[in-house]
Design a protein around this ligand. Structure first.
Ligand code: NDP
Length: 298
Protein backbone atom coordinates (compact mmCIF):
# COMPACT_ATOMS: atom_id res chain seq x y z
CA UNK A 1 0.00 0.00 0.00
CA UNK A 2 1.55 3.27 -1.16
CA UNK A 3 1.86 5.68 1.74
CA UNK A 4 2.64 9.14 0.37
CA UNK A 5 0.02 11.82 -0.12
CA UNK A 6 -0.19 12.95 -3.75
CA UNK A 7 0.35 16.68 -4.21
CA UNK A 8 -2.08 17.23 -7.06
CA UNK A 9 -0.54 19.99 -9.16
CA UNK A 10 -3.18 19.60 -11.83
CA UNK A 11 -6.02 20.40 -9.42
CA UNK A 12 -4.08 23.20 -7.69
CA UNK A 13 -3.21 24.73 -11.06
CA UNK A 14 -6.89 24.65 -12.10
CA UNK A 15 -7.75 26.65 -8.97
CA UNK A 16 -4.95 29.10 -9.66
CA UNK A 17 -6.16 29.59 -13.24
CA UNK A 18 -9.66 30.36 -11.90
CA UNK A 19 -8.21 33.04 -9.63
CA UNK A 20 -6.24 34.46 -12.57
CA UNK A 21 -9.39 34.54 -14.74
CA UNK A 22 -11.26 36.44 -12.00
CA UNK A 23 -8.40 38.94 -11.68
CA UNK A 24 -8.32 39.42 -15.47
CA UNK A 25 -12.08 40.03 -15.48
CA UNK A 26 -11.74 42.72 -12.81
CA UNK A 27 -8.79 44.38 -14.58
CA UNK A 28 -11.00 44.61 -17.66
CA UNK A 29 -14.11 45.88 -15.91
CA UNK A 30 -12.47 48.21 -13.38
CA UNK A 31 -9.48 49.47 -15.35
CA UNK A 32 -10.27 48.77 -19.00
CA UNK A 33 -7.06 46.74 -19.12
CA UNK A 34 -6.55 43.37 -20.84
CA UNK A 35 -3.28 41.65 -19.89
CA UNK A 36 -1.29 40.56 -22.93
CA UNK A 37 1.35 37.81 -23.07
CA UNK A 38 3.74 37.61 -26.04
CA UNK A 39 5.56 34.34 -26.64
CA UNK A 40 8.45 34.21 -29.08
CA UNK A 41 9.35 30.82 -30.52
CA UNK A 42 12.50 30.51 -32.60
CA UNK A 43 12.83 27.32 -34.67
CA UNK A 44 10.86 24.09 -34.83
CA UNK A 45 11.75 22.23 -31.62
CA UNK A 46 8.72 19.90 -31.21
CA UNK A 47 8.60 20.05 -27.38
CA UNK A 48 8.80 23.86 -27.47
CA UNK A 49 5.99 23.98 -30.04
CA UNK A 50 3.78 21.92 -27.70
CA UNK A 51 4.57 24.20 -24.71
CA UNK A 52 3.94 27.36 -26.72
CA UNK A 53 0.59 26.07 -28.03
CA UNK A 54 -0.47 25.11 -24.53
CA UNK A 55 0.59 28.48 -23.08
CA UNK A 56 -1.28 30.37 -25.82
CA UNK A 57 -4.45 28.33 -25.30
CA UNK A 58 -4.48 28.78 -21.53
CA UNK A 59 -3.70 32.51 -21.84
CA UNK A 60 -6.80 33.01 -24.00
CA UNK A 61 -8.92 30.78 -21.74
CA UNK A 62 -8.10 33.11 -18.82
CA UNK A 63 -9.35 36.11 -20.82
CA UNK A 64 -5.94 37.54 -21.69
CA UNK A 65 -4.53 38.45 -25.09
CA UNK A 66 -1.99 35.99 -26.50
CA UNK A 67 0.53 37.13 -29.11
CA UNK A 68 2.55 34.38 -30.75
CA UNK A 69 5.66 35.27 -32.73
CA UNK A 70 7.28 32.42 -34.64
CA UNK A 71 10.69 32.99 -36.13
CA UNK A 72 12.77 30.77 -38.36
CA UNK A 73 15.66 28.85 -36.75
CA UNK A 74 18.06 30.67 -39.09
CA UNK A 75 17.05 34.14 -37.84
CA UNK A 76 19.97 36.25 -36.58
CA UNK A 77 20.33 37.28 -32.96
CA UNK A 78 19.97 40.93 -34.09
CA UNK A 79 16.59 40.14 -35.66
CA UNK A 80 15.45 38.43 -32.47
CA UNK A 81 16.67 41.38 -30.37
CA UNK A 82 14.73 43.73 -32.67
CA UNK A 83 11.58 41.66 -32.04
CA UNK A 84 12.16 41.83 -28.27
CA UNK A 85 12.63 45.63 -28.51
CA UNK A 86 9.37 45.91 -30.45
CA UNK A 87 7.52 43.93 -27.77
CA UNK A 88 9.16 45.95 -24.97
CA UNK A 89 7.71 49.10 -26.57
CA UNK A 90 4.22 47.68 -27.20
CA UNK A 91 1.74 48.84 -24.51
CA UNK A 92 -0.63 45.93 -25.29
CA UNK A 93 2.12 43.48 -24.25
CA UNK A 94 2.58 43.15 -20.48
CA UNK A 95 4.52 39.90 -20.45
CA UNK A 96 7.22 38.60 -22.80
CA UNK A 97 8.51 35.06 -22.90
CA UNK A 98 11.24 33.90 -25.24
CA UNK A 99 10.95 30.12 -25.40
CA UNK A 100 14.20 28.36 -24.51
CA UNK A 101 16.34 26.71 -25.70
CA UNK A 102 17.34 29.10 -28.48
CA UNK A 103 19.29 27.91 -31.53
CA UNK A 104 23.00 27.34 -30.84
CA UNK A 105 24.16 30.49 -32.67
CA UNK A 106 22.39 32.66 -30.09
CA UNK A 107 23.41 33.81 -26.62
CA UNK A 108 20.42 32.93 -24.39
CA UNK A 109 21.46 35.27 -21.56
CA UNK A 110 21.95 38.27 -23.89
CA UNK A 111 18.48 37.74 -25.36
CA UNK A 112 16.83 37.32 -21.93
CA UNK A 113 18.57 40.43 -20.61
CA UNK A 114 17.18 42.43 -23.55
CA UNK A 115 13.63 41.89 -22.23
CA UNK A 116 12.24 44.76 -20.16
CA UNK A 117 12.57 43.33 -16.59
CA UNK A 118 9.03 44.55 -15.82
CA UNK A 119 7.73 42.36 -18.68
CA UNK A 120 10.01 39.39 -17.92
CA UNK A 121 7.27 37.00 -16.78
CA UNK A 122 9.69 34.06 -16.83
CA UNK A 123 11.78 35.83 -14.17
CA UNK A 124 15.07 34.96 -15.90
CA UNK A 125 16.40 38.52 -16.41
CA UNK A 126 19.50 39.33 -14.36
CA UNK A 127 17.58 42.10 -12.55
CA UNK A 128 14.86 39.68 -11.48
CA UNK A 129 17.36 36.96 -10.54
CA UNK A 130 19.25 39.56 -8.48
CA UNK A 131 16.10 40.84 -6.78
CA UNK A 132 15.14 37.30 -5.90
CA UNK A 133 18.50 36.96 -4.19
CA UNK A 134 18.34 40.31 -2.37
CA UNK A 135 14.71 39.80 -1.36
CA UNK A 136 13.28 42.91 -3.09
CA UNK A 137 9.79 43.94 -1.93
CA UNK A 138 7.02 46.17 -3.33
CA UNK A 139 8.10 47.96 -6.51
CA UNK A 140 11.46 46.13 -6.29
CA UNK A 141 9.86 42.67 -5.95
CA UNK A 142 11.21 40.21 -8.52
CA UNK A 143 9.24 38.33 -11.13
CA UNK A 144 9.77 34.79 -9.81
CA UNK A 145 10.55 31.97 -12.30
CA UNK A 146 7.40 29.97 -12.94
CA UNK A 147 8.56 26.41 -12.22
CA UNK A 148 10.12 27.10 -8.80
CA UNK A 149 7.16 29.36 -7.96
CA UNK A 150 4.83 26.47 -8.75
CA UNK A 151 6.87 24.18 -6.48
CA UNK A 152 6.77 26.77 -3.68
CA UNK A 153 2.99 27.21 -3.90
CA UNK A 154 2.45 23.44 -3.60
CA UNK A 155 4.92 23.20 -0.72
CA UNK A 156 3.27 26.09 1.15
CA UNK A 157 -0.14 24.58 0.60
CA UNK A 158 0.95 21.22 1.97
CA UNK A 159 3.41 22.20 4.70
CA UNK A 160 2.46 25.74 5.71
CA UNK A 161 5.40 27.10 7.71
CA UNK A 162 8.66 25.61 6.40
CA UNK A 163 10.93 27.47 8.76
CA UNK A 164 13.82 25.37 10.05
CA UNK A 165 13.21 22.46 7.67
CA UNK A 166 16.14 20.96 5.79
CA UNK A 167 15.69 21.33 2.03
CA UNK A 168 17.79 19.69 -0.67
CA UNK A 169 17.45 20.81 -4.29
CA UNK A 170 19.10 18.50 -6.80
CA UNK A 171 20.00 20.59 -9.87
CA UNK A 172 21.51 24.07 -10.15
CA UNK A 173 20.10 25.46 -13.39
CA UNK A 174 19.20 29.15 -13.65
CA UNK A 175 15.59 28.31 -14.45
CA UNK A 176 14.85 25.76 -11.71
CA UNK A 177 17.53 24.74 -9.20
CA UNK A 178 19.08 28.09 -8.24
CA UNK A 179 15.84 30.09 -7.90
CA UNK A 180 14.26 27.15 -6.04
CA UNK A 181 17.11 27.25 -3.55
CA UNK A 182 16.58 31.01 -3.04
CA UNK A 183 12.84 30.62 -2.50
CA UNK A 184 13.38 27.90 0.10
CA UNK A 185 15.98 30.07 1.82
CA UNK A 186 13.39 32.86 2.00
CA UNK A 187 11.08 30.36 3.69
CA UNK A 188 13.84 29.96 6.30
CA UNK A 189 14.74 26.42 5.28
CA UNK A 190 18.32 25.22 5.62
CA UNK A 191 19.14 24.72 1.95
CA UNK A 192 21.60 22.50 0.10
CA UNK A 193 21.84 22.72 -3.68
CA UNK A 194 23.27 19.49 -5.07
CA UNK A 195 24.51 18.85 -8.60
CA UNK A 196 26.50 16.44 -10.75
CA UNK A 197 29.69 16.91 -8.69
CA UNK A 198 28.02 16.39 -5.31
CA UNK A 199 29.65 13.58 -3.34
CA UNK A 200 27.41 10.79 -2.02
CA UNK A 201 24.19 12.31 -3.34
CA UNK A 202 21.98 9.61 -1.75
CA UNK A 203 23.22 10.57 1.75
CA UNK A 204 22.71 14.27 1.03
CA UNK A 205 19.15 13.59 -0.14
CA UNK A 206 18.41 11.45 2.94
CA UNK A 207 18.86 14.57 5.12
CA UNK A 208 16.02 16.37 3.36
CA UNK A 209 12.65 17.16 4.91
CA UNK A 210 11.94 18.76 1.52
CA UNK A 211 13.55 17.16 -1.54
CA UNK A 212 13.26 18.87 -4.93
CA UNK A 213 14.56 16.88 -7.91
CA UNK A 214 15.29 19.00 -11.02
CA UNK A 215 17.87 16.95 -12.84
CA UNK A 216 16.51 15.64 -16.15
CA UNK A 217 17.49 12.00 -15.46
CA UNK A 218 14.65 9.49 -15.52
CA UNK A 219 13.86 8.05 -12.05
CA UNK A 220 17.34 8.82 -10.71
CA UNK A 221 16.23 9.52 -7.14
CA UNK A 222 15.52 6.15 -5.52
CA UNK A 223 13.24 5.26 -2.64
CA UNK A 224 16.14 4.65 -0.25
CA UNK A 225 17.47 8.20 -0.91
CA UNK A 226 14.39 9.63 0.77
CA UNK A 227 13.98 10.44 4.46
CA UNK A 228 10.83 8.80 5.84
CA UNK A 229 7.97 11.30 5.75
CA UNK A 230 9.79 13.79 3.49
CA UNK A 231 7.94 15.99 1.02
CA UNK A 232 9.23 15.23 -2.49
CA UNK A 233 8.82 17.59 -5.44
CA UNK A 234 9.59 15.95 -8.77
CA UNK A 235 10.27 18.63 -11.39
CA UNK A 236 11.68 16.25 -14.00
CA UNK A 237 9.89 15.58 -17.26
CA UNK A 238 11.58 12.74 -19.15
CA UNK A 239 10.16 10.77 -22.05
CA UNK A 240 11.28 7.15 -21.98
CA UNK A 241 10.71 4.26 -24.38
CA UNK A 242 8.44 1.47 -23.19
CA UNK A 243 7.32 -1.79 -24.74
CA UNK A 244 5.47 -1.79 -28.05
CA UNK A 245 7.38 1.13 -29.48
CA UNK A 246 5.53 3.53 -27.19
CA UNK A 247 6.85 6.24 -24.89
CA UNK A 248 5.89 7.39 -21.40
CA UNK A 249 6.61 10.45 -19.26
CA UNK A 250 8.50 9.90 -16.02
CA UNK A 251 10.04 12.25 -13.51
CA UNK A 252 13.47 12.38 -11.89
CA UNK A 253 12.19 10.32 -8.95
CA UNK A 254 11.46 6.57 -8.95
CA UNK A 255 7.89 7.29 -7.90
CA UNK A 256 6.64 3.81 -6.98
CA UNK A 257 9.42 3.16 -4.45
CA UNK A 258 9.51 6.79 -3.28
CA UNK A 259 5.81 6.60 -2.38
CA UNK A 260 6.58 3.87 0.16
CA UNK A 261 8.87 6.23 2.10
CA UNK A 262 7.86 9.83 1.44
CA UNK A 263 5.14 11.72 3.28
CA UNK A 264 4.00 13.49 0.12
CA UNK A 265 5.06 13.53 -3.52
CA UNK A 266 4.14 15.25 -6.79
CA UNK A 267 3.19 12.94 -9.68
CA UNK A 268 4.58 13.11 -13.21
CA UNK A 269 2.62 14.04 -15.23
CA UNK A 270 0.09 16.16 -13.31
CA UNK A 271 2.44 17.71 -10.75
CA UNK A 272 4.76 20.60 -11.46
CA UNK A 273 4.09 20.77 -15.24
CA UNK A 274 0.59 22.31 -14.94
CA UNK A 275 1.76 24.52 -12.06
CA UNK A 276 4.41 26.08 -14.29
CA UNK A 277 1.95 27.36 -16.89
CA UNK A 278 -0.54 28.51 -14.24
CA UNK A 279 2.25 30.52 -12.57
CA UNK A 280 3.15 32.06 -15.93
CA UNK A 281 -0.43 33.32 -16.22
CA UNK A 282 -0.35 34.61 -12.64
CA UNK A 283 2.96 36.38 -13.33
CA UNK A 284 1.43 38.04 -16.40
CA UNK A 285 -1.37 39.49 -14.24
CA UNK A 286 1.20 40.64 -11.66
CA UNK A 287 3.29 42.28 -14.41
CA UNK A 288 0.20 44.01 -15.84
CA UNK A 289 -0.78 45.41 -12.43
CA UNK A 290 2.73 46.63 -11.67
CA UNK A 291 3.04 48.35 -15.07
CA UNK A 292 -0.32 50.06 -14.52
CA UNK A 293 0.45 51.05 -10.92
CA UNK A 294 -2.38 48.88 -9.58
CA UNK A 295 -1.95 46.72 -6.44
CA UNK A 296 -0.93 43.27 -7.67
CA UNK A 297 -2.76 40.21 -6.28
CA UNK A 298 -0.87 38.09 -3.69
P1 NDP B 1 19.43 21.39 -16.67
O1 NDP B 1 19.91 20.33 -17.59
O2 NDP B 1 19.63 22.82 -17.01
O3 NDP B 1 20.06 21.15 -15.23
C1 NDP B 1 20.14 19.87 -14.68
C2 NDP B 1 20.87 19.93 -13.36
O4 NDP B 1 20.93 18.60 -12.85
C3 NDP B 1 22.30 20.45 -13.47
O5 NDP B 1 22.53 21.38 -12.44
C4 NDP B 1 23.14 19.21 -13.31
O6 NDP B 1 24.34 19.40 -12.61
C5 NDP B 1 22.25 18.33 -12.46
N1 NDP B 1 22.57 16.92 -12.67
C6 NDP B 1 22.69 16.26 -13.85
N2 NDP B 1 23.02 14.98 -13.65
C7 NDP B 1 23.15 14.82 -12.31
C8 NDP B 1 23.50 13.74 -11.49
N3 NDP B 1 23.79 12.54 -11.99
N4 NDP B 1 23.54 13.93 -10.16
C9 NDP B 1 23.26 15.14 -9.63
N5 NDP B 1 22.91 16.22 -10.37
C10 NDP B 1 22.87 16.06 -11.70
O7 NDP B 1 17.87 21.06 -16.44
P2 NDP B 1 16.66 22.00 -15.97
O8 NDP B 1 16.93 22.57 -14.64
O9 NDP B 1 16.28 22.90 -17.08
O10 NDP B 1 15.51 20.89 -15.88
C11 NDP B 1 15.61 19.81 -14.98
C12 NDP B 1 14.43 18.87 -15.22
O11 NDP B 1 13.23 19.57 -14.98
C13 NDP B 1 14.32 18.35 -16.65
O12 NDP B 1 13.77 17.03 -16.60
C14 NDP B 1 13.31 19.27 -17.29
O13 NDP B 1 12.59 18.65 -18.35
C15 NDP B 1 12.39 19.53 -16.13
N6 NDP B 1 11.66 20.78 -16.21
C16 NDP B 1 10.34 20.72 -15.94
C17 NDP B 1 9.59 21.86 -15.95
C18 NDP B 1 8.15 21.74 -15.60
O14 NDP B 1 7.38 22.61 -15.97
N7 NDP B 1 7.76 20.70 -14.87
C19 NDP B 1 10.15 23.16 -16.32
C20 NDP B 1 11.59 23.13 -16.49
C21 NDP B 1 12.29 21.97 -16.46
P3 NDP B 1 25.59 20.26 -13.21
O15 NDP B 1 25.17 21.69 -13.10
O16 NDP B 1 26.71 19.90 -12.31
O17 NDP B 1 25.75 19.81 -14.63
Amino acid sequence: MAGAVTLDGKAFAAGLRERVSAEVASLKSEHGLTPGLAVVLVGEDPASQVYVRSKGKQTVECGMNSFEHKMDASVSQEELLAKVAELNADPAVHGILVQLPLPKHMDDLAVIDAIDPAKDVDGFHAINAGRLMTGGKGAAAPMVPCTPLGCLLLLRDHLGDMSGLTAVVVGRSNIVGKPMGQLLLQESCTVTIAHSRTKDLPSVCREADILVAAVGRPEMVKGDWIKPGATVIDVGINRIDVEGGKTRLVGDVATAEAREVAGAITPVPGGIGPMTIACLLANTVTATCRQAGIDAPD
